[in-house]
Design a protein around this ligand. Structure first.
Ligand code: SF4
Length: 340
C-alpha cells in the first residue's frame, strides 16, 4: 500500500550548461518549457486533490525534477521554493525535494535552500569512476561529489545519490566501486538507473556509429542486483531502480536500447530472491521443498513471468517445490525449507 506521495514539478534542462551524453533534457526542453510560477501552483493543487482524498497517504513531497535545480538563477529557485513552502507551511505537504549536480552546491546555494524550506537534495552522480565521468561528459569529478555531499549533510539536508550503470567505459567492478563510495558517503536515499539509449542524445549517435555498445538487459540486471544488495545492506533506501516508462523516448525504429524493462525493479528483486533461495537448497536435488516470502514480495519470489518458478523446475526436476507466503517474514527475506 502506497503511503508516500511525490508531487513532481518538472523543470527541464533550464540552467544546465552541460550535455551529458545520455541526457535528452535539451531535446525535451525544446518542446516542454518550465512551468510558470502560477502553473507550478496549479500542478501542485491538482496532485493534492487526488492525494488528499487518499487516507493511506501519510507523507507528501513536492519534488523539483528534470534538470539541475540549483543551476537555475537564484531568484527563480527562490520563487519556486516559495510556492512549495507555502504548501508546507499550510501543512499540506511534508517535504521539498530537488535534484541537481554535485558542482552546483555551495554555501550560498545551500543557505538559500535552507531559508526556503528545502529538505531533500539528490545529487546526480552516475559514477565515481573518473574515466566513466569523463567519457559521459559529466563535467565533474568524484571529488566534487564528496565535497558536495559533505556540505549538504553539514546543513542538515537529507541526501540522495543517483547512480547509473553501463555508461561508456563502465564495468561491473566500476559499478561496485561507485556503490562502495556511496556507502562511505551514507546518503539516506539512492536511485540506480541503467543506461538506456534515448533518442536525441550523444549516446544515441555513438550507438548508431558503433562507438558505444549498450549492456544488454541480462547483464544490467545482474550488475544492478549486486549494487542494490550492497546499498540496502548498508541501510540506504533505494527509492528507484530502473527508468519509468514515461522517461523513455523510443528511437526512430521504435526501439529502446539498453537496460530498459517496464518491470526492471522486479527483475532485480526476483533475481535476489532466486539467489537467496538457491543458496538455501544447499545442493538438494530430490525430495520436496517449500519456499516462503512475505505476501508483498510473493511476486518477486515467483519472478517476472514466473521466471523463478520455471528456473527451479527446470534446474531441479527431482525437487517438488511449493511457493508459499509467510507474513512474519520481512519483505526482503526469502526462506527455504527442504524435506528430504
Ligand atoms: S547535468 Fe543533468 S540535466 Fe544537465 S545534461 Fe547532465 S543529466 Fe542532463
Amino acid at each position: 500500500m502506497k503511503t508516500h506521495a511525490i508531487i513532481p514539478v518538472f523543470i527541464p534542462h533550464e540552467g544546465c550548461p552541460y550535455n551529458c551524453i545520455f541526457c535528452n533534457q535539451k531535446a525535451i526542453t525544446a518542446r516542454v518549457k518550465s512551468p510558470s510560477f502560477r502553473e507550478t501552483e496549479t500542478i501542485i493543487e491538482r496532485y493534492l486533490t487526488t492525494i488528499e482524498a487518499n487516507p493511506d497517504i501519510k507523507t507528501k513531497e513536492i519534488a523539483f525534477y528534470g534538470g539541475s535545480f540549483t543551476a537555475i538563477p537564484m531568484e527563480r529557485q527562490t520563487a519556486y521554493l516559495e510556492i512549495a513552502c507555502k504548501f508546507k507551511k499550510a501543512g499540506r505537504i511534508d517535504k521539498i525535494h530537488m535534484s541537481t549536480r554535485p558542482d552546483y552546491i555551495d554555501d550560498r546555494i545551500l543557505g538559500n535552500l535552507k531559508r526556503n524550506g528545502a529538505d531533500v537534495i539528490e545529487l546526480g552522480v552516475q559514477s565515481f569512476d573518473e574515466e566513466v565521468l569523463r567519457r559521459s561528459a559529466r563535467g565533474h569529478s568524484a571529488a566534487d561529489v564528496f565535497r558536495a555531499a559533505a556540505l549538504i549533510k553539514s546543513y542538515g539536508f537529507e541526501l540522495g545519490i543517483q547512480l547509473m550503470t553501463g555508461l561508456p567505459g563502465d564495468t561491473y567492478e566500476k559499478c561496485m566501486h561507485s556503490v562502495s563510495e556511496t556507502v562511505k558517503i551514507a546518503p539516506s536515499i539512492a536511485r540506480i538507473y541503467p543506461s538506456v539509449v534515448l533518442e536525441n542524445t550523444a549516446m544515441c549517435d555513438m550507438y548508431r556509429n558503433g562507438t558505444y555498445v549498450p549492456w544488454n538487459l541480462e547483464k544490467t540486471v545482474s550488475v544492478v542486483k549486486d549494487m542494490y544488495r550492497t546499498l540496502t545492506a548498508a541501510g540506504i533506501n533505494v527509492i528507484r531502480v530502473g527508468l519509468k516508462s514515461t522517461d523513455i523516448i523510443k528511437n526512430e525504429n521504435g526501439a529502446v536500447v539498453g537496460g530498459y524493462h517496464p518491470a526492471f525493479r522486479q527483475l532485480v528483486e526476483s533475481e535476489i530472491a532466486k539467489e537467496d533461495l538457491e543458496k538455501q537448497l544447499n545442493g538438494a536435488e530430490s525430495g520436496s521443498a517449500e519456499f516462503f516470502s512475505n505476501p508483498v514480495s510473493f511476486s518477486n519470489m515467483i519472478g517476472n513471468g514466473a521466471s523463478n518458478k520455471k528456473y527451479f523446475s527446470e534446474k531441479y526436476p527431482g525437487l517438488a517445490i511449493k511457493f508459499r507466503t509467510d507474513a512474519s517474514l520481512r519483505p526482503s527475506v526469502y526462506r527455504a525449507e527442504i524435506h528430504r
